[in-house]
Every structure is written in C-alpha cells, then in structure tokens.
Design a protein around this ligand. Sequence first.
Ligand SMILES: [Mg+2]
Length: 252
Amino acid sequence: MMLKAVLLDISGVLTEDGEALPGAVDAVARLQSNGLALRFLTNTSRKTSTAICDELQRLGFAPAPEQVFTAPGAIRRHLERSGLRPYLLIHERLEPEFADLPRENPNAVVLGDAEQRLDYAHLDEAFQLLLEGAPLLAVGTNRYFRQAGALHLDAGPFVRALEYAAGIEAKVLGKPSSDFFHAVLEEIGVAPNEALMVGDDVECDVVAAMELGLQACLIRSGKYRSGDEARAPQARCEASLADLVDALLETR
Ligand SMILES: [Mg+2]
C-alpha cells in the first residue's frame, strides 16, 4: 500500500517525561528525508500547543508549528467556529490557549486533564452547566497516561463521570474522534489508507485510526501494557519507532 504520510503520537512514542525516547529523533529525521509528510498529534492538555512545539524542537524533532495537532487546539477551533463561551476545567498551564476567548456567562464546558482542579467543586460547577444544556467538549477519552514509571488518571474517567451524572454524551475533539483525524488528513491532502498512525494507546491511537481506514502501528513503549496488541490484531506492532522506521524503509 502506498504510504505518503505518518501521523506520530507524541507522548510515549517520541518522548517520555520530557526526554526523547531512544532513537526517536533519528527515526523522525529518516521519515522526513524519505519524503513522507509528518504530523505530530497529541491529546496532552497540560500545556499549550506552542509549548508542545517548543519542547519538540528543544529535543531535536524540528517540527513546524503547523505540523503539530493538539486536542486543545481542536477544541479552540470548535469554540471559535460555534461562537461558544467556555467554562474551562483545564490545567492552569493550558489557560493561554484560550486566553482571548469570551468567558463570561459560559455556554460550553471544556474538560481537559486539569489535574488538581478536577475536584468536587469544579466538577459540580461543570455539571450545573451541562444540566442547562451546555455541550461537554473533551480533549479525549484516554483512561490513563504514563509519567515517571507509573500510570495516572487522564481526562477520560472524568468525562465519563460527567456524562453519567448529566445523562449526556461528550463531544470529543481530540483522538479518537474521526473529526480530529480527518482534519489532519485533509490538511496534508492524503486519503486515509495513504497514512499511517503510530501510537502507544491501543484504543485512542490504533483502533480509532484503523476504524477510519488508516494504517496503524502500536508501539510497545510509553503506556503500552502487555497484551494490548490483542485488541488490535490487524495492526502492525513494533517495540519502538526506530524499529518501525527500519522495517518501513526496508520495504519501500
Ligand atoms: Mg501516547
């Protein structure tokens, strides 16, 4: 199958705990020099799109800002398009992403990985708005992320809690939403089967991409847990991005 684009999940594939994973910088450079269109995708919501791009550049990945697609960035575009005023249940470091949007009299709830702010008072305030009909806009449904050698609660469990309480369904703007993947493919100008999604989250990266007709590869680093590949038996599975790139460029 003709491969024209590679969509790279960031955390757990390229980086972990603020460091580049072994061989990842070189692997990305080899993909780029082989003429593949690259995009960097993340649901991370503890920092702004700009901060994520800066960190990748500092680690040597050299993406242009337009190559980085974040879930908070997708939420921001949705708020602007729909003229919505957000109640932001997000991490304080993410606030600059939404700083210039109108916030008074909110009519939408934005839920990210807000860490300490995901307490009863804030969740209950969001719940009141949902009861009044505000849509729940979520970065993702990721169950957990990996940091400093352990798995930690991501935004997904809190999305489910609010959905359950208010009897509503969230609109997910990051992975695994089809809108997110389609926006990336459209921007590159390739068909789904010409793109390969590479991730360490079997549900939100791999299964979601394959359901849309993309090729996909599960990487056994980051949050990968033994046995995850059984949930995506059709997907490619490699120990690292470097191994995947070795295999890809060999068969090209
Ligand atoms: Mg990841």
